[in-house]
Design a protein around this ligand. Sequence first.
Ligand SMILES: Cc1cc2nc3c(=O)[nH]c(=O)nc-3n(C[C@H](O)[C@H](O)[C@H](O)COP(=O)(O)OP(=O)(O)OC[C@H]3O[C@@H](n4cnc5c(N)ncnc54)[C@H](O)[C@@H]3O)c2cc1C
Length: 296
Amino acid sequence: MKPAPFAYHRPFDLDDVVDLLAEYDGEAKILAGGQSLTPMLALRLAYFDNLIDISRLPELQGIERRGDVLRIGAGTTHAAVGADAGARAAVPLLSQVTPFIGHFQIRNRGTFGGAVAHADPAGEYPLVALTLDASMEAASKSGTRMIPATDFFAGLWETALAPDEVLTAVEIPLWRGRCGYGFHEFARRYGDFAIAGAAVAVQLADDGRVQRASIGLMGLGSTPLRATAAEQLVTGAPAADLDADEIGRSAMTGLDDVPADLQGSPAYRTRVGAAMVARAWADATIAADLKETVDA
Ligand SMILES: Cc1cc2nc3c(=O)[nH]c(=O)nc-3n(C[C@H](O)[C@H](O)[C@H](O)COP(=O)(O)OP(=O)(O)OC[C@H]3O[C@@H](n4cnc5c(N)ncnc54)[C@H](O)[C@@H]3O)c2cc1C
C-alpha cells in the first residue's frame, strides 16, 4: 500500500521545527529515521497532514559526557550509538542492547530519539532509558523541559510528549563504582521484536552486598517496566547469597498487563521474562565482580 497524501517539511534548524509544530497545532508528525513511522503510514495505520523531517538537523546529532550524565542527541542513529566508544564505556548497556535492534539497515537509519519517542514496550532503548532513570529533553516554542523516564512512557506507543514538542536529547545518569550490567531478550528470529527481555544494572558494595539495583522489563506490559519488588528483594543482600531464578520469579510479581498475541500467551511471556531476568542478573553481577578485579 501507499501512504495517504501528506505535506513534507524539511526544516534546517530546531527553531524551525518548533515553529512548524506550533503552526500546525497537533496536525504534524515528526519524521526521524522513518523505520517505524513509514511502515505505519504505508499500511495506513496512521495518517498525518504534515510530516516534519528532522533527520538532517545537526543540533540533534552526537553523544557527549556532560558531568554525571551521558547525553545522546535524539537524531543519533542506533548504529552510531552502538559504535561509540565513549557511550560503551559510560553506559555499557547501550552497546549490549544495540545489536538486538532489528537489522543493520534499520540501525543505520533508525534514531535513538525515534526509538524512545516511538515507545514500543519491546523496544531496547526505551528499556535502557527506564532501567537507568534517563531524562528526556523536550523542546517546544515555549522552551525546553526534562521529563523523567518514569513519567515519559505513558502507554502503548504513547509518551508524555505534547503534540507541539520534539524530543531533542536523552540524558542517562552514569553509575559509578563496582557496577555491572546485563541484558537478555528472547525473540523467535534474530531481528524480531523480543517476546520478553530484561536489563539489569547492579552496584556492589566493598563487602559484596548489593548497594543498588535496577531491573527493567520489556515486552511484559504496554510500556517498559521496572521490577520494583525484585529490586527491593536484592538491595542490601550479599550478592553471593542471591538466587538468580528467585530474582526472575520475583520480577514477574504484580504484572497485570502482559500482552497476549500470536507470539505467546501472558503465561508463556512471563516464564520467558523470568528466565531473561535471571540471566541478565547473573551477567550483571559477574561483570560487577570482574570490575573489582580490573580496578584493583
Ligand atoms: C523490520 C523492523 C524491525 C525492527 N526491530 C526493532 C527492534 O527489535 N527493537 C526496536 O526497538 N525497534 C525495532 N524497530 C524499530 C526501529 O528501531 C526504529 O528505528 C525506531 O523505533 C524508530 O526510530 P526512527 O528514527 O526510525 O523513528 P520514526 O520511524 O521516524 O518515528 C517513530 C515515531 O517517533 C516519533 N519521533 C521520532 N523522532 C522524534 C523526536 N525526536 N521527537 C518526537 N517524536 C519523534 C515519530 O513522530 C513517530 O511517531 C524495527 C523496525 C523494523 C522496520
